[in-house]
Design a protein around this ligand. Structure first.
Ligand SMILES: [Cu+2]
Length: 187
């Protein structure tokens, strides 16, 4: 089992989660059907319907990024997200679960797949399960998109563009501010 203590990234992600709902609301306000122009609403693979996908922008020195999305499964059987590749953007891509332990430390854990339950849904979101981009080849820039290929055990694979959305309110401004904020929040 691989346990990661990527506190810097975790703190940034925790901060980002404060404003993500707003960013998503803005994103969902626009209706576009064209895949790959940064305003994509849904992508379907067989009975799987992916929506609300985005990545957060990263500061220049940041090594890792994360992708979030919602996956609905209309089938009577479960499926599994078994791999994600983003070769243009990151050296590798991992599937991570994220929990907060008893002492308030965020822990990310590498998993081999995410289950999408039958007639159910899987939501990857900040401070929860997520797709992690490891070793960014360039910073994630708000307003751009990054291509990913998501592969499911049963439904197969699909390549599409993930929009990079700036969180509203400038939550990600400086690592120092983020760390201090995190310290105070646990007193
Ligand atoms: Cu992670």
């Amino acid at each position: 089992m691989l346990r990661l203590f990527l506190t810097g990234t975790a703190v940034l992600m925790a901060l980002a989660s404060l404003s993500v709902a707003q960013a998503c609301a803005e994103h969902h306000g626009a209706q576009h059907e064209v895949v790959g122009v940064g305003k994509t609403e849904t992508v379907e693979i067989g009975p799987l319907r992916m929506s609300g996908f985005y990545a957060l922008p990263t500061p220049p020195a940041t090594r890792n990024g994360a992708i979030f999305l919602h996956i609905e499964n209309a089938a009577q059987h479960a499926d599994r997200l078994i791999s994600v590749t983003a070769a243009e953007t990151a050296q590798k891509v991992e599937l991570h679960t994220q929990t907060i332990d008893a002492s308030g430390i965020m822990r990310m854990r590498l998993v081999s797949s995410f289950e999408v339950p039958p007639n159910g849904a899987l939501t990857l979101e900040p401070a929860g399960d997520h797709i992690m981009l490891i070793g960014l080849k360039h910073p994630l820039e708000a307003g751009k998109t990054l291509p990913v290929t998501m592969k499911f055990e049963t439904a197969g694979e699909r390549t599409f563009q993930i929009p990079i959305l700036a969180p509203a309110g400038d939550a990600i401004r400086s690592d120092d501010t983020a760390v201090q904020h995190e310290d105070h929040s646990h007193h």
